[in-house]
Ligand binder design. Sequence first.
Ligand code: HSE
Length: 403
Amino acid sequence: MVNVAILGFGTVGSGVADVLTMNRDLIRQRAGSEVALKYILDVRQFPDSPYKDCFVNDFSTIENDPEVDIVVETIGGATVALDFTRRALNAGKSVVSSNKELVATHGYELLQLAAEKGVSYLFEASVGGGIPVLRPLTNCLAGNELSEVRGILNGTTNYILTRMIRAGLSFEQALKEAQDNGYAERDPSADIEGHDACRKICILAALAFGRHVYPDWVPTQGITAITLADVDYANSCGYKIKLLGRALKMDGGKVCAYVAPHLVSSDNPLAGVEDVFNAIAATGNAVGDVMFYGRGAGKLPTASAVVGDVVDIAKDVTAPKRNQWAAGDADMVQSPDRLTFRWYVRANGTMDAARSAVGDITPLARGGAPASEVAFLTETMTQEDLNRKLAGMDVLSAIRVLG
Ligand code: HSE
């Protein structure tokens, strides 16, 4: 028998309890032993819950119970969750987490601690919700040198952008829908400002390139400045606006990681990723391009990934699963300013003024645009070049274009 304790009975924690219960027989067969839910830690009371007998409110009950093999951390944040994760690992328990903030900020330390204690620290659910991506990246693609990992890493913002594109909803209306569906973080600014995607690209970069990449090192821009006008202009030239996280291995071994909205060509498979779905694409020197796709947020999809890790550990709790990367170093990170792109620009002014500032441009049009507004695509250039050329213009939007 393998005993599990869940920390936090929110969307993901309650989903984990449901999946362990709903698929109990299958999980027993696959793990080779019964996987029992022994405790749920939460400060709140749930007297009507089917799991009401499992609730405890003191972590030391779990920490000091030698029968607990696996602690599932779904608290979120990097304060209490960090303390409990350290204590669980120190007590010789494996930890499974969906907490991208914790992994992105303390993953190196926690993986070291898990290795020292001979237990596992797994976090498949921290990136891409229900999509199997971390294990395929580290195991199935282990024969490759990876040059890039990129993707739509946040379900809430992808849902918002899709609803703006498809239903013409305002940003606020679409955000409300995403929150009602349980996709958004407790504080949705982590979604819409790009911080959630930033944490996820840090984890992907660490696994792909072998060194911890901290969120503070990753320039991050969210979608709060995207308007229906930008969505319309993008649509007029065959592009969709998507929030992408990218991590690239540069010449000389440095890593360039950033999060920003992009105009993605309709020909690119990432453009077809809609609603709460996420997709992560990787490029390897043997495999070429691969893409992983599925539900990036939500109760049961995220619980699916958590329970997958639980089953993996439960197969043999004495054989820790290795998931390692080296310490980070700010010197190994390169700014995205030197990457080149075509750019979409919306500004107040005239097309003649835009041409004389930027050079060759492709003008764009949309119905209902004010007479003072221009929009265009530039030729390929770095952000530094673009900023210099646009210095005299009243710029409303400037977004990278991905072919
Ligand atoms: N708020 C996150 C999202 C949840 O929308 O993608 C999954 O990490």
